[in-house]
Design a protein. Sequence first.
Length: 247
Amino acid sequence: MNLTLRIWRQPNADAPGAPVTYEVAGISPDMSFLEMLDTLNEELLLDGEDPVAFDHDCREGICGACSLVINGEAHGPEQTTTCQLHMRSFQDGDTLDIEPWRAAAFPVVKDLVVDRSAFDRIIASGGYITAPTGSAPEAHATAVPKPAADTAFEHAACIGCGACVAACPNGSAMLFTAAKVVHLGALPQGAQERESRVLDMVGQMDAEGFGGCTNTGACATACPKGVPLFSIATMNREFVRAARKGR
Ligand code: SF4
Ligand code: FES
């Protein structure tokens, strides 16, 4: 496949950015999207040019590091991560626009890399449970009912990629935050912080500058892990309950 790439290049957070056009040739349909970018970067390095900076780590859909808007869609045309997207999803001769996540709370670090440490601070504000330390407890010491385990597992699938924020017209992080609140709140081990968790995580989410939810549903459509939209309503109910009850 031969492709035209229009890639957002920006030397740092303070400098202006602009799309730069590159041609790549001989791309295999079986390459991942990141391998296609690797091919471009090898050519840029051979030419003595600055390679395109982009985030990646596991390259198998579990770490959430890869983060590109491709032709206006977070993670591109498939409901998967950018590292699990393959070039067979595109046609020979296509022109691809490749941009970083766009959100005020995710400032650009360089090119396609954005700073997602706002997510870390939301997690640190309340995304944990109180568990006794020491030697390993007996595995069944706290029984987890099957429906609670299923709910927790569905929401624990969130990998913190930020596609929900990038897809949302409000730059809202409510799907991400709700995934953590519902995941930990479903487990008996998470009951102790039920009120403080949702109050603190939503407070931190607002403090980071993420927008509110207006139920467009773009977040759940873009989510590569299928975190359901109704988790936001669950979090809202938890928030109102906690605000009325107090910590
Ligand atoms: S909710 Fe989905 S889109 Fe948002 S950070 Fe988690 S995995 Fe990514
Ligand atoms: S590089 Fe880890 S999810 Fe894509």
